[in-house]
Ligand binder design. Structure first.
Ligand code: CP
Length: 312
């Protein structure tokens, strides 16, 4: 594997999940693999989990880690070919990606969408720009349209907590005051399509995700109906895809409550707005897996870095 850009770069989801669960028993088993190798983490946006878990994963593989808040600390990058750079951009992605490649063996990038221009966001100019011009492998730490490290951590969490061979998993939209990206919901959906599970997506009308991603998935606009007999409920807000980037609905009737959750396990990628997305009783209850998911971020990143290091 050269780059890890999307869920499609997971060569075998069950094998990677099994390997991650084994690795958890002995996280330093491959501590020589990354010796004298450097990972560069470039953040164009904020992070808590991704930054710390990816750094920890690299350290457990014996790697050195360099971190840069690229969005605020570096030059403003230009992405257009042939552009006359007489405006706000100072350095072209062509040089920047090649320069970063001189200092590390793997580069990982977080770059969120603007949620203003769908075509531009779907072009993923930061991630694909680095993948095109860097001479080292590129890892997606959440881009405009995907968060595959989160989806892999979620797959590990599902595997660890499933008590039946074909669980019912519901992805439920929730209200949020701000317009949020589709990346987590997209990657979770792509990952669920690789699982043997009954998978249902529920959201208000107008919040349909990219139909290319949800193709073949069951969509139910009635949240109560969707949640019936669920084993796992993954809650996430996203903005409208068709009315791109807009907040169409803030109906708190979609907030996840203990009553709606019933006996199901609760999942969320975090950060989460309490008592808007989900009520306290759920997050603080015994059926919440959110800290397990956050813990598994280390092992999803470690599996990905291990696969890349093995292929270097
Ligand atoms: N879930 C997740 O990616 O968390 P951060 O945004 O804090 O990295």
């Amino acid at each position: 594997m050269k780059h890890f850009l999307s869920v499609n770069d997971i060569e075998s989801l069950p094998d990677w999940v099994d390997e991650a669960i084994t690795l958890k028993q002995n996280p330093y088993q491959f501590e020589d693999l990354g010796k004298h190798k450097t990972l560069c983490l470039l953040f164009f946006n904020n992070s808590l989990r991704t930054r710390l878990s990816t750094q920890k994963a690299a350290m457990q593989l014996g790697m050195e880690v360099m971190i840069m808040n690229f969005g605020s600390e570096s030059w403003v990058l230009e992405y257009q070919d042939g552009s006359v750079m007489d405006q706000g951009t100072s350095e072209h992605i062509k040089e920047a990606a090649q320069v970063v490649s001189q200092y590390c063996d793997i580069v990982a990038i977080r770059a969120f969408p603007d949620l203003k221009d769908r075509e531009k966001d779907e072009a993923e100019e930061v991630l694909t720009g680095f993948a095109k011009y860097a001479s080292v492998p590129v890892v997606n730490m959440e881009s405009s349209t995907g968060h595959p490290l989160q989806a892999l951590a979620d797959a590990i969490t599902l595997a660890e907590h499933s008590i039946k061979p074909r669980p019912k998993v519901v992805l439920s939209w929730a209200p949020h005051p701000k317009a949020l990206p589709h990346a987590v919901a997209n990657s979770f959906t792509q990952m669920m399509k690789l699982q043997d599970a009954e998978f249902i997506i529920t959201h208000p009308k107008g919040y349909e995700l990219n139909p290319k991603i949800t193709q073949g998935c069951q969509i139910e606009y009635n949240q109560e109906k969707a949640l019936k007999d669920a084993d796992f409920v993954y809650v996430k807000n996203w903005s409208s895809y068709t009315n791109y980037g807009k907040v169409l609905n803030q109906d708190l009737n979609w907030t996840m409550t203990q009553q709606k959750l019933g006996q199901a396990k609760f999942m969320h990628c975090l950060p989460v707005r309490r008592n808007i997305v989900v009520e306290d009783a759920v997050l603080d209850g015994n059926n919440s897996l959110v800290i397990n998911q956050a813990h598994n971020r280390t092992f999803s990143a470690q599996i990905v870095l291990k696969k890349i290091l093995e292929a270097l």
